[in-house]
Ligand binder design. Structure first.
Ligand SMILES: [Cu+2]
Length: 64
């Protein structure tokens, strides 16, 4: 799935979000592109669940 996180501006943000997703699904694979603010996430979890975890971590999400 792809999720856009407009406030993701540095590696620290990516770490926080990656950690939040790892807590949800330890098998998840997260690739972040800071130029487009888009996360590419391989996970068995549902989109809404992943979005919720990112929001819990303090970031607003958009679906590109
Ligand atoms: Cu940051």
């Amino acid at each position: 799935m792809k999720i856009k996180v407009p406030d993701m501006v540095c590696g620290g943000c990516v770490d926080i979000i990656t950690q939040a997703i790892a807590t949800l699904d330890s098998e998840a694979n997260v690739t972040a592109d800071l130029s487009t603010k888009i996360l590419e996430i391989q996970t068995t979890k549902e989109l809404a669940t992943v979005q919720g975890a990112i929001e819990q971590a303090g970031y607003k999400v958009e679906t590109p």
